[in-house]
Design a protein around this ligand. Structure first.
Ligand code: ADP
Ligand code: MG
Length: 316
């Protein structure tokens, strides 16, 4: 049985155009789970992972507004909360879609942690914008009040930035493996996973950081021996000269060629950059195939028919 890791972009759950109510998110997730169910019925052992940008932003707003009533919770707690809500919603929808197809498999969301290094260079360079934008005066007030960093994020106002260290190990990998071996569909490493560091004396502890979800998906795919990693988003694949008149979508591409495009500065940090880094790393380390494709055609992306299909060596 072949394992596949599917990473669902934030748009899978909360499109920019929607208000992001619970009902809307449930409906959007429900649509996505139809394709996932098809893949499971075909015989794929599926692990789902997902973004959580808009959801974690909402939790942070509640933190802020309620801070004089209940103590604000740290960022690792916020990530855990979003894993739980997105996880149970996806599990409920997917179980139902499977039952419609006469298929009876357990779907298990795992509240999952990833290990990051205390020595990661990211700690000195927070780059990941989180939460809602505020005006400059408010951002400066927050910076003066504590150890937070805020930056001008253009149209979105001033936003808090946090470190985004590299994920080193999925701490719940053993549980995930057991579940897969028993035939379950697993939802794990959502929102990049809950970031943890090793402590000198005592258990690992959560940290104020956000792990990139595409990198956490690639790590998990490697750890569980996935045949395919499919990163699903709101465009049809990876483009060269994206947004330019001569924009060109990449179809099947060798990992060395994709690396050359990345080195030439083709992919923006914070959007396509981490996806390309994730797929290249996975293909280089495992020799297996990785795809970047549209959420609407998850099945084609996993089969290798559509999107950008990254392979170890391009056959002539
Ligand atoms: P997700 O929520 O799925 O992680 P992101 O917004 O982070 O989605 O990344 C997908 C976006 O990347 C696309 O909507 C597109 O606007 C942008 N993008 C930037 N550079 C490229 C590129 N070279 N090719 C394709 N898309 C690109
Ligand atoms: Mg993204």
């Amino acid at each position: 049985m072949q394992r596949a890791v599917l990473a669902l972009g934030g748009n899978a759950i909360s499109p920019h155009a929607s208000a992001g109510t619970a009902a809307e998110q449930t409906a959007t997730i429900g649509l996505t789970m139809k394709a996932v169910a098809e893949l499971v019925v075909e015989g794929w052992h599926v692990v789902l992972t997902h973004g959580n940008g808009p959801q974690v932003g909402n939790v942070l707003v509640k933190n802020e507004l309620a801070k004089d009533v209940v103590p604000p919770v740290p960022l690792d707690w916020c990530v855990a909360q979003t894993q739980a809500t997105i996880g149970f919603t996806a599990a409920t929808a997917l179980e139902w879609e499977l039952a419609q197809r006469g298929h009876d498999a357990a779907v298990v969301p795992v509240v999952s942690r990833v290990l990051v290094s205390r020595d990661d260079p990211a700690w000195d360079h927070p780059t990941k914008p989180i939460g809602r934008g505020v005006d400059e005066a408010e951002a400066r007030r927050r910076m003066a009040a504590g150890d937070q960093r805020w930056v001008d994020d253009g149209d979105r106002g001033w936003r808090r930035v946090v470190p985004s260290p590299r994920p080193l190990r999925s701490l719940d990998r053993t549980a995930i493996d057991l579940l897969l071996d028993d035939g379950a569909v697993v939802i794990a490493n959502g929102g990049g996973g809950i970031p943890m560091v090793d402590a000198e004396d005592g258990p690992p502890r959560g940290v104020e950081a956000v792990v990139d979800k595409d990198l956490a998906a690639a790590l998990l795919a490697q750890e569980i021996g996935a045949e395919v990693l499919a990163i699903l988003t709101d465009v049809e694949g990876v483009a060269i000269d994206f947004g330019q008149p001569d924009q060109r979508w990449l179809g099947r591409v060798g990992v060395a060629e994709l690396r050359r495009h990345a080195e030439a500065g083709q992919f923006r940090a914070g959007s396509m950059g981490p996806k390309v880094e994730a797929v290249c790393g996975f293909v280089e380390r495992t020799g297996h195939r990785a795809a970047v494709g549209a959420l609407d055609d998850a099945i084609g992306a996993v089969h290798g028919d559509v999107g950008t299909q990254v392979v170890a060596e391009e056959s002539p």
